[in-house]
Design a protein around this ligand. Sequence first.
Ligand SMILES: [Zn+2]
Ligand SMILES: [Zn+2]
Ligand SMILES: [Zn+2]
Length: 112
Amino acid sequence: MTNQAVKRFKCLIEGCERHFPRKSAIHSHIQTHLEDKPYLCPTEDCNAAFVRQHDLRRHMRIHSGTKPFPCPCGKGFARGDALHRHRQRGICSGSIVPRRGSPDPGHRFEPY
Ligand SMILES: [Zn+2]
Ligand SMILES: [Zn+2]
Ligand SMILES: [Zn+2]
């Protein structure tokens, strides 16, 4: 209960139970509510957000079930390394690597 006093700022959005230590942190958090995914997972350290409440409910099962490693895209994994591999592929919104869309840096067009 010692860190309870640190997080003083509570999100004012209905149904959201997130607390934040600084006002600037809550500001950027509220931006996610205002964007296209208003339903945020209330679980600490989970950044999953959803367009519909139905999707959030389904996602919440991850935390209580056998898949305690959630990806921000909404998927859950039973093991941390499985989540890590999933995110490294760059196929979801929570990926840690950018998509490979840029041209090969070793190949350049020759000038005229
Ligand atoms: Zn919130
Ligand atoms: Zn979550
Ligand atoms: Zn993902």
